[in-house]
Design a protein around this ligand. Structure first.
Ligand code: FES
Length: 572
């Protein structure tokens, strides 16, 4: 009997093997069951995940590569999460998608898997699943869309929605022009084309070592993506034959490399919760402080929206991820492996240089000398909070202002534009009840809009503090992922409008400047407690009861770690 996992289903002449083979004979030749690696293609293509709708075509290329290498490709549609369509927030189901994919991989006769993702949560969920089932696994990132333009100016997908809608609120853009831009934004298939979460996680999947090197960042319509998908199919067969599993390949060094890449790229803050969650599945001891420690010496080299000027098509044209990694090669872990079985740094050697130094800077001329995500602590965030200095205003990095507190998103929407709201440009907007448990799902609301009356005065950024997340396509001086969250008893639940809030990024502090005894004495806001989610049944109930804090990746407590690939019992 073959030592492949799938042989436990297919080999032998008994009734069980008969049933397993017979129901799969829908045109498959007999030799499909003669000990060939069975490769699942975990496919998040869905019409309701528009960023991933082209992945069926990518899957066809993977299939050809699997057949060519002597394996059997098997399409496995898995839970798909469309960032723009799902309410209340796609993040509510990242862990569900990971759990469902893990279980389908474990329960089925497969030896390895190719993971097809793109839109924000899909690659993180697939990697969490692959880590927990620990089958040979390789990612094909679906790639970003091409750059759209509006009246001759490139439109950043996502980022320019925030900008244009603020211009309408400020009275600088007509509603008609705003609506005209809508059909200009999405030029092609693929995910958002800024350095948002999807671009970031596709690129970090490669920095982690989970893709065929040179694949991440290829635009979705680029024919080279299909060629890479074909090669990836062959690689998956090779990985099964050589027994390359996630637990063998990925280490603390892999996450070190991903954090270096995150800083150099100026990537999304969402990468923090996703990398923490993936590390948790692998048993790699990654902490929030590792992001600050490792990222602190990394320069920002990529001038992409939301913080910069260019888009992913420009990034690819300028040399892409390998051009960036070559600039910071001395900061990378030289031993961290990839799915090829060789270290990441081995794959950078022959790559040519930077083709457009406006888009990708050299080490000698960075956009910022130190670009890592800063981890803040203080009496407002005992377990930590984060800020992305690359997306913040330098003049607000050290700031003191009066809190204007909102107890929920609904409260924010109801009062933000009230002309009588007591707020000025120095105020600090505080939004709570938006953490993993509170909303639930930790929505991307931390970059709350500015009060209309301040926009009309020309104010374009303010310090904002929130226990939720921020869209990777957003920007601003936003302190986010505050932990513990207000709904879990974090001190944010006792802040009151008028309290002085002090932000000091250089010293990594976020505090409310009132005596600690007074903060301890206060009762949590009743409006906050009345507003937090208390679901009675279903996934939301399971989620709220078991989700952990943002500081550890917002996974469910019982999903941390791996269960391996073995099925406990046979049924037939
Ligand atoms: Fe899918 Fe932005 S909405 S990547």
């Amino acid at each position: 009997m073959s030592d492949l996992r799938s042989a436990q289903w297919y080999s032998g002449n008994d009734r069980n093997a008969y049933i397993h083979r017979a129901w799969m004979r829908r045109g498959l030749p007999g030799h499909a069951f003669d000990g060939r690696p069975q490769i699942a293609i975990a496919n998040t293509a869905s019409d309701l995940t528009p960023c991933n709708s082209h992945l069926d075509e990518v899957a066809e290329s993977v299939k050809q590569g699997v057949w060519e290498a002597g394996g059997v490709p098997l399409n496995l549609p898995v839970v798909s999460l469309g960032e723009t369509q799902l309410r209340p927030t796609a993040m509510l189901w990242r862990n569900m998608a990971a759990m469902a994919t893990e279980e389908m991989l474990r329960g089925n006769p497969v030896d390895g898997v190719v993971l097809l993702g793109g839109c924000d949560k899909t690659i993180p969920a697939l990697l969490m699943a692959a880590a927990s089932v620990d089958l040979p696994a390789v990612v094909v990132p679906g790639g970003p869309m091409l750059s759209g333009t509006f009246r001759g100016v490139p439109l950043g997908c996502g980022t320019d929605v925030w900008r244009l809608s603020e211009e309408v609120r400020a009275g600088e853009l007509s509603e008609r022009d705003f609506l005209e831009s809508e059909s200009c934004m999405i030029r092609s298939r693929g995910h958002c084309n800024t350095m948002g979460t999807a671009s970031t996680m596709g690129l970090l999947a490669e920095a982690l070592g989970t893709t065929l090197p040179g694949t991440a960042g290829l635009p979705a319509p680029d024919s080279r993506l299909l060629a890479r998908a074909h090669e990836t199919g062959g690689l998956a067969v090779e990985m099964v034959r050589e027994g390359r599993r996630p637990s063998d390949l990925f280490s603390a060094g892999s996450f070190h490399n991903a954090i270096v890449a995150l800083a150099a790229l100026g990537g999304s803050t969402n990468a923090v919760v996703h990398l923490l969650a993936i590390a948790g599945r692998l048993g790699v001891p990654l902490t929030l402080d590792d992001f600050d420690r490792i990222g602190a010496e990394v320069p920002l080299l990529v001038d992409l929206q939301p913080a910069g000027r260019f888009l992913m098509e420009d990034f690819h044209r300028a040399g892409g991820l390998h051009a960036v990694l070559r600039q910071v090669q001395d900061l990378l872990d030289p031993a961290a492996l990839t799915v090829t079985g060789r270290p990441l740094v081995d794959h950078l050697g022959g790559h040519p240089g930077i083709w457009d130094p406006e888009v990708i800077r050299t080490r000698e001329a960075p956009l910022q000398a130190a670009a890592g995500i800063a981890v803040l602590r203080g009496n407002l965030a005992p377990d930590g909070a984060i800020i992305k200095p690359a997306a913040a205003s330098p003049h607000l990095m050290r700031h003191r202002g009066r809190a204007v507190v909102f107890d929920s998103i609904e409260d924010l929407h109801a009062r933000l534009d009230d002309p009588d709201l007591d707020v000025d440009a120095d105020s600090v907007l505080v939004l709570r009840g938006c953490g993993p448990k509170g909303y639930p799902g930790m929505p991307e609301v931390s970059n709350m809009p500015l009060p209309e009356k301040l926009l009309k005065q020309g104010v374009r950024d303010m310090v904002r503090v929130c226990d939720g997340r921020m869209s990777g396509t957003a920007y601003g001086t936003v302190v986010l992922h505050v932990a513990p969250e207000a709904a879990a008893g974090g001190p944010l639940d006792r802040v009151r409008t008028g309290d002085p809030i002090v932000l000091d990024v250089e010293n990594r502090r976020i505090d409310v400047d009132i005596p600690q005894e007074e903060l301890d004495r206060r009762e949590p806001s009743k409006a906050l407690l009345d507003g937090v989610a208390r679901p009675h049944r279903g996934w939301e109930r399971l989620y709220v009861d078991t989700v952990m804090g943002a500081d550890t990746g917002a996974d469910l407590d019982f999903l941390v770690g791996s269960s391996g690939d073995q099925v406990a019992r046979e049924s037939h």
